[in-house]
Structure formats: C-alpha cells, structure tokens
Design a protein around this ligand. Structure first.
Ligand SMILES: [Zn+2]
Ligand SMILES: [Zn+2]
Length: 81
C-alpha cells in the first residue's frame, strides 16, 4: 500500500502504517504516533490511569482534529477521568 498523503502530493511512497481514525495508509514521514492512556474503570472506586500507555497511529489531519478541546474523550472513550 502507498501513503495516502504522499499520493495527494503527487509522490509515491510505501506506507508504514494506517491511521487509526480514517484508515488512510501513511509513510513514516506522515504518520503520527500518539500515546493513548489506558484507564481502568471500577464501579466502586475512582478510575485508574495505568503507567504504560498504548500507541495509536494517526495521520496529521486526524491528529489535529482529535487534539481539539474535548475531542479526546469522544474518540478514545475515556469518559471517566
Ligand atoms: Zn507520506
Ligand atoms: Zn486519519
């Protein structure tokens, strides 16, 4: 598969991964790896954010969209904080 953003720019480059949000294929230059905190939710106790964080690959467009205020909760589902 080839990088979607490179194709849009008229270049052909092998993709290294997929955007978690829009599933666009992305090369290493265009892929953004962000940290996704893992939250354990208990009914009777406050939710706990674990020390190790998961990885989410995003394209620059989705990363910018998800970094808008209040967007993170909607996408990653970490409602309890
Ligand atoms: Zn690219
Ligand atoms: Zn995307």
């Amino acid at each position: 598969m080839e990088c979607y953003q490179c194709i849009q720019a008229g270049i052909t480059r092998e993709a290294a991964g997929l955007c978690h949000h829009c599933s666009a294929a992305l090369c290493l230059e265009h892929i953004c790896a962000v940290e996704d905190p893992i939250t354990l939710s208990h009914v009777m106790a406050p939710s706990v954010v674990l020390a190790k964080r998961a990885r989410v690959l995003l394209c620059s467009i989705c990363k910018a969209a998800l970094e808008q205020p209040c967007a993170e909760e909607m996408v990653f589902g970490n409602v309890a904080r």
